[in-house]
Design a protein around this ligand. Sequence first.
Ligand code: HH2
Length: 276
Amino acid sequence: MLHTRSGPVPLDRVVLVGILNATPDSFSDGGCHLDPGAAAATAAAMVAAGAGVLDLGAESTRPGATPVPLEEERRRLLPVLAAVRMAVGVPLSVDTTKADVARAALDAGADVVNDVSAGRGDPGMLPLCARERVPVVLMHMQGTPVTMQRAPCYADVVAEVAAFLAGRAAAAVEAGVARDAIVLDPGIGFGKSVAHNLALLARLDVLADLGYPVLVGASRKGFIGELLGGRGPGERLFGTAAVLALAVARGARLLRVHDVAAARDVVAVAEAIARA
Ligand code: HH2
């Protein structure tokens, strides 16, 4: 169970986290949700389709993306967050590495911090999550979005990602974050080759055994396109579905997805098999 200001998020069933990017350049939904009204309509549709949490971001972290200045990130995010907050009652997470952006978002009604730098990007982030008593997603990334896909390199990707996440969870606890407010994420596509992503998904049980709920964000990502002979982001739905089903089987508790209705069906069947 994650405790949030908008209510509990039970983790006995897999939770779908709907993706809403208030960005001009996200790899899949860039430009679709910059307008607050459009974002609110998508948010309501995602919740109706089964999303238990929505994740709002205003800085693309796709490979090669350049950092967005603080003021620009706030300028994009806050009007969209306000409109989405009015439209839906589910917990909202804010996808940012900047404590100032997270603080403004929490003040405007966000409930969860999703930090792809796992608290390394801004020394104020973990203390903020502790002070505000909000759940935090800690994600693994090798390098930065600008450099991460140039030459990802590991001796043992599963062991290294597990050790990193255990260390970042310990750092969060040290900063005062409650153990039951921590979610871990292998960071699919963040400084990883296709083989690295596949190894992490195949051994997701190792990460789940760390004792924290695991979130997987593989929706429409590049490795799926590569496995399917070069498909674009809009043609990766069935490939994404395969990842979701196997992630459920290996213990993922939260799935960050663009296609909520499809994911709901995949998860319903995959969970039924996992429980049989
Ligand atoms: N992936 C993306 C962004 N944020 N957060 C978590 N916790 N895990 C992820 O795997 C993850 C994430 C990248 O996907 P997307 O938001 O669809 O695209 P972009 O970074 O281009 O905005």
